[in-house]
Write a protein that binds this ligand. Structure first.
Ligand SMILES: *[C@@H]1O[C@H](CO)[C@@H](O)[C@H](O)[C@H]1NC(C)=O
Ligand SMILES: *[C@@H]1O[C@H](CO)[C@@H](O)[C@H](O)[C@H]1NC(C)=O
Ligand SMILES: *[C@@H]1O[C@H](CO)[C@@H](O)[C@H](O)[C@H]1NC(C)=O
Ligand SMILES: *[C@@H]1O[C@H](CO)[C@@H](O)[C@H](O)[C@H]1NC(C)=O
Length: 506
């Protein structure tokens, strides 16, 4: 019953917005309609000034929420994307739209499970809060009211469902498992007797025709599905990124690190598309093994790849760009790995880098969670060079090859700023209750503010992956207790992106 009650709370939170957003303001009783300049933080990238105008929205979906298939909704923040055409500004000053969310591989505290890949549609109403008084946690949730709508699941040939089980097997290359005109590459599967395609889903790009691209951690591969959730195409990355064992064979499991290639559970976390919809960008969470990825002190040099997807059904997507991104490090010199990227404008992207601390994480006190900026205009394009072979590391033991110029990396939107969190009834560090910021933020989406005075202003959405942590969870009809209730939190910031206007964004 508690579960149903929380569903009703969400719906009422949405309904209450009709009566208006929280009215706490900077001056007396009238609500602030613009961000307080005192809260703004600016940074420079390649001569342009980017501004973080602060946190303007917060919402959550309770940890025990059950979706239409009967399973816990779970860690939906692994990837988000705004449904094309859904975002709009309403007459009352609020904004509404539909966010498509994608969990990774299901509840896997004990073992990986046979969780079919899926995506969920969630409607939202954003009532930006610009005041500098602290809202209560209950009022803060009215600033981004979320209403779950629907779910659909992913499959390959003959409607065979995908699985979240660790990829202990390799399916030989054979045509027909997708509708790619060329043969499929070897694919990660659960095992020889249960040869389902194993997906640990992390990135999501929605196309206007209803088809979509996803990136995964096992391959690490990029897959295209049609609007009904059926696999149509696979992109296999260069040999340097594929996980090979000491014998040079593909080995996709996530428990044992390969001899070369992506580290287990550090696959393609990051996926985005340019505004024309013709170039797909995908990035590894941290360095490959040969590039120093087997140790956090040497794993900062990760790779960003660009594929031409201008005509994916006719011409197999071709690697056309590859750059090195120097990830930030914490005070101990350990890499803060990347959980998402998002295209801003030519050569400029957001990179979400963070530690694993916060609610549901290793420690209550997080030290780094940011949507940072990169510029690749001066970075060396190493696509289709010797560095695409595992014999030629870009960074032996974490020292970057002198022939390579990496991307420019600049810190930007801090998710754990104490003042900003307090405005929304949230905090970082003890106590570990529902108002503690979630540990695992893994997604980004952008929508225009539509303010004629600020044509470069956008809302930056992000959502957390709660790792299905609920004391009242359910999967495949069987209940589970993860020992913790970790809600799925969403944050919305307002940012000025001088290199882009609403019209030039998808
Ligand atoms: C908001 O909360 C923070 C943290 O508790 C506190 O330091 C600050 O004084 C509060 N601000 C206001 C305007 O009450
Ligand atoms: C293959 O995976 C299935 C599903 O997890 C499992 O039941 C089976 O025992 C596995 N077979 C082998 C040979 O490991
Ligand atoms: C690799 O780099 C680490 C950290 O910089 C250093 O401690 C270690 O000695 C290096 N190992 C080798 C084999 O160079
Ligand atoms: C987090 O805070 C709670 C108190 O709210 C405490 O019981 C727990 O030990 C803390 N966790 C860590 C890892 O410090």
């Amino acid at each position: 019953m508690a579960r149903i009650a929380s569903v009703i709370t969400i719906l009422f939170a949405g309904a209450s917005l009709v009566a208006g957003a929280p009215t706490t303001s900077n001056h007396g009783s009238s609500p602030a309609t613009e961000p307080d300049p005192k809260l703004a933080v600016s940074v420079k990238l390649n001569g342009a000034t980017f501004v973080n105008k602060g946190l303007v929205g917060f919402g959550l979906i309770p940890s025990d929420f059950v979706e239409s298939t009967g399973d816990s909704l779970g860690g939906i923040g692994s990837a988000i994307a705004l449904k094309p055409g859904s975002f709009k500004k309403n007459r009352d000053g609020t904004f509404s739209g539909t966010v498509i969310t994608q969990p990774d591989r299901g509840f896997n505290v004990d073992n990986t499970i046979d969780y079919q890949g899926r995506q969920h549609a969630i409607d939202f109403v954003l009532s930006p809060y610009y005041g500098d008084n602290n809202l209560t946690f209950a009022d803060a949730q009215k600033t981004l009211a979320l209403t779950y709508k629907s779910t659909f699941r992913y499959s390959e040939r003959n409607n065979v469902p995908t699985t979240g089980l660790d990829a202990l097997g390799v399916r030989a290359a054979q045509s027909g498992f997708s509708r790619d005109p060329l043969a499929d590459p070897q694919l990660p599967i659960a095992n020889a007797t249960f040869p389902r395609l194993s997906l640990d889903l992390e990135g999501l790009v929605l196309n206007k025709d209803g088809s979509f691209w996803i990136s995964d951690e096992y391959g690490p591969y990029v897959y295209r599905f049609d609007s009904t959730g059926r696999l149509v195409q696979t992109i296999q990355p260069p040999q340097a990124i594929l996980p090979h064992n000491a014998q040079g064979e593909l080995s996709f499991d996530s428990e044992n690190d390969p001899a070369t290639g992506r580290v287990g559970n550090q696959g393609f976390e990051c996926l985005t598309v340019d505004s024309a919809g013709t170039t797909l960008y995908v990035m590894l969470q941290s360095a490959t093994v040969q590039d120093g990825g087997d140790d956090k002190s040497t794993s900062r040099f990760t790779r960003l790849l660009a594929y031409d997807i201008s005509s994916p059904s006719k011409i197999r997507p071709k690697l056309k760009g590859e750059w090195v991104v120097p990830l930030p490090q914490n005070s101990k010199g350990n890499t803060l790995a990347a959980s998402e990227i998002h295209f801003i404008s030519r050569n400029t992207f957001f990179v979400l880098a963070r530690d694993g601390d916060g609610h549901g994480g290793d420690d209550n006190n997080s030290a780094y969670k940011q949507a940072d900026l990169i510029d690749i205009s001066k970075a060396t394009n190493i696509a289709n060079s010797k560095f695409d072979s595992p014999q030629f590391p870009i960074a032996k033991n974490g020292t970057l090859d002198r022939s390579i110029n990496p991307a420019t990396y600049v810190g930007f939107v801090n998710f754990i700023d104490d003042t900003q969190l307090a405005r929304f009834g949230l905090h970082n560090g003890k106590p570990a209750d529902a108002t503690l910021i979630d540990a695992k933020w893994e997604s980004l989406a952008l929508a225009p503010v539509g303010d004629s005075k600020f044509p470069h202003d956008f809302f930056l959405f992000t959502a957390a992956d709660n790792d299905f942590m609920s004391t009242n969870g359910i999967f495949d009809g069987v209940s589970f207790n993860a020992g913790l209730d970790n809600d799925n939190q969403f944050l919305v910031f307002r940012v000025t992106l001088p290199t882009v206007t609403a019209a030039s964004l998808v």
